[in-house]
Design a binder for this molecule. Structure first.
Ligand SMILES: Nc1ncnc2c1ncn2[C@@H]1O[C@H](COP(=O)(O)OP(=O)(O)OP(=O)(O)O)[C@@H](O)[C@H]1O
Length: 594
């Protein structure tokens, strides 16, 4: 299907899917309403013609058309507006639901990382409401087409030369279109600045950044930068609007002069007996209608353009989602791991970046083991964790789960077998019960399961301190919401990670960084016992990232990463004996604690 047809089809089907009956009735009503005005004009011309030529039949026809038109317009106006408003609301809801459906359906994270994709995504979201007005604009467009055809037929019936007038109106519409696309381009060109301004405003006003903003005196710097960016953005847009104003003014002037000439011409023809009195009345009365019609189209062409552009972006997003849906990954996820997870010559660069973050990683993690990843900041530990959760596919090499390439395993099914806790966990501002429970949606309502996870995450004291226990609303945004400390939030996030009792892969990426070393040590000791029992049943693997060697040493295997490569691999004892980087770092940290 050609792209333009696909977009038009998407627009029409989305509108009718949003409100099938309302849209059907509204379409009939707007069509009837669109014919009314020109039809009544025709009725008046028949009436005048009938009076002039003393034909009672023509007079009766004229009166009947005028009265019929009045009845239709009363009905259509009375019913149309509330119906269209409701259709409009439904459409706005539909569009937002569809957008969410498409974006959350993309299994990977690449679309967040590539600036070009992120810009377009932002534009789709920001302009989504313009798709939302699509139902109204669609009805309006349909009404305009019906109206135009009726007016053209009437003008053509007087003399085909008069069809030049709507043609000139077409030039006016064209100039409006040019001006709107120019304004649109100015808008899109300034999108990166707009995103930057939004981020800077967020940084300036967010209470979480407020502390550092004040300590480093960043307020003025931020404001200056925001102001400079906004001025630049504003100037671009004003220049585009000015250009449109000039072109539109000139075209309107030409159109007005042409219409005046047409009226003079028809009157002259009537005086010479080539046109009837009814014809003169028709042209005279149609003049404001043609002007209104083309003016209306010129004004609304912007909206048609906006809706088409928004649907075209939405179409792009749907195509992007389709191409990135990993549809070829159809293998069901395993229910247990019997051999292990193996990385073969894995290399990775973030989307849109050339530099390799991971390279040549060869690693075998046997089923049922707990493996710790250590290494300096930026060594690639989190990246490796993200690849295991299949947020991205490796750029080169393969990750095998019991010999099955992870890239062929159905992504949602794989993730349903994972659990994870991160250092930069999300502070979901829900009730405490939900904050923990969503770690395993199927059991989120199971009180015992939530309490057990709370105990595993060592978060009992956090829940005990809440005014309404598990049912307490968390987060400052709510009037009765309780704000927690970083460590308390982290314990709940950890409890969430422990909701799934037997994950095949538990990813713990510094989820205890906000806890003190002893609390972290105690927690892992407690966890290790339970994990061993679960691992024996399912072969589940725990991957743990930590900078604390007291925790790391509890792991069955330790992977030392350095600049995106695996430098050492073995048990704590092996690595100490080897006397390499691990032994050195361990000694350094141990000395600091002595
Ligand atoms: N989204 C991203 N886009 C581009 N580069 C990234 C992205 N995330 C991380 N990187 C880069 O990848 C490298 C490895 O980062 P990663 O977060 O995996 O390191 P890490 O070992 O977990 O570090 P830390 O101990 O500080 O958490 C870093 O050089 C970082 O700059």
């Amino acid at each position: 299907m050609p792209k333009s047809v696909r977009i038009l089809w998407l627009w029409i089907t989305t509108s009718f899917r949003a409100a099938p009956w309302l849209m059907t009735i509204s379409t009939v009503l707007v069509a009837a309403r669109a014919i009314t005005a020109p039809a009544q004009t025709y009725g008046v011309s028949r009436l005048v013609q009938g009076i002039a030529s003393e034909q009672s039949g023509t007079i009766a026809l004229g009166v009947a058309i005028i009265v019929g038109g009045l009845a239709v317009s009363f009905l259509a106006d009375g019913l149309g507006t509330p119906l269209q408003d409701t259709a409009q609301e439904r459409m706005a809801g539909r569009v937002h639901a569809d957008l969410l459906d498409v974006t959350t359906g993309i299994p990977g994270l690449s679309h967040h990382e590539r600036p070009d994709v992120a810009d377009r995504l932002e534009l789709v979201r920001e302009r989504a409401w313009r798709m939302g007005v699509g139902a109204e604009v669609l009805l309006w467009a349909f009404a305009t087409v019906t109206n135009t055809v009726t007016v053209l037929t009437l003008l053509g019936s007087v003399h085909p030369v008069l069809l030049v007038l709507p043609l000139l109106g077409g030039v006016r519409i064209w100039s409006a279109y040019l001006s709107s696309t120019r304004q649109q381009k100015a808008w899109e060109d300034s999108m990166p600045q707009e995103r930057l301004v939004e981020r800077l405003i967020e940084v300036a006003k967010d209470p979480r950044t407020g502390l550092e903003v004040r300590v480093f005196g960043l307020g003025k710097v931020l404001l200056d930068k925001i102001f400079a960016l906004q001025t630049e953005r504003f100037e671009r847009r004003v220049a585009a609007a000015r250009w449109g104003g000039k072109v539109d003014g000139a075209v309107r002037l030409v159109f007005g002069l042409a219409y005046a000439a047409a009226i003079v011409w028809v009157v002259a023809r009537a005086r010479n007996g080539y046109a009837s009195a009814g014809d003169v009345v028709l042209v005279l009365l149609l003049a404001p209608q043609v002007d209104q019609m083309t003016g209306g189209i010129a004004q609304n062409v912007y909206w048609v353009g906006e809706v088409v552009r928004s649907f075209s972006r939405y179409d792009w997003l749907r195509e992007y989602a389709k191409q990135n849906a990993w549809r070829s990954s159809r293998t069901p996820a395993p229910v247990r791991i019997s051999d292990g997870i193996e990385l073969r010559d894995v290399g990775f660069s973030y989307p849109g970046s050339e530099s390799a973050v991971l390279s040549g990683i060869d690693l075998k993690v046997p089923a049922g083991t707990a493996v710790a990843l250590v290494g300096e900041n930026g060594a690639g530990k989190t990246t490796l964790v993200k690849l295991l959760a299949r947020m991205y596919d490796p750029t080169s090499g393969r990750i095998l789960v019991d010999g099955e390439d992870l890239a062929t395993i159905q992504p949602d099914a794989w993730r349903s077998q994972l659990s994870a806790g991160f250092q930069d966990f999300v502070k979901f501002e829900f009730t405490a019960r939900e904050v923990v429970g969503i770690g395993d949606l199927e059991r989120a309502g199971d009180e015992d399961a939530v309490l057990a996870a709370v105990a595993r995450g060592d978060a009992e004291s956090v829940v005990a301190g809440l005014p309404r226990g598990l049912d307490s609303q968390l987060g400052k945004k709510f009037t009765d919401g309780v704000e927690l400390s970083g460590g308390q939030w982290q314990r709940l996030a950890l409890a969430r990670a422990f909701m799934r009792e037997r994950p095949l892969l538990l990813l713990l990426d510094e989820p205890t960084a906000a806890l003190d070393p002893e609390a972290e040590h105690r927690l892992y000791e407690q966890y290790a016992e339970a994990a061993k029992i679960a691992a024996a049943e399912t072969g589940g693997i725990t991957v743990l990232v930590s900078h604390r060697f007291s925790t790391v040493r509890m792991a069955d295997l330790i992977v030392v990463m350095h600049r995106g490569r695996v430098e050492e691999f073995g048990t704590h004892e092996d690595l100490l004996t080897a006397g390499g980087r691990y032994a050195e770092l361990f000694e350094l940290q141990a000395r600091a604690y002595r």
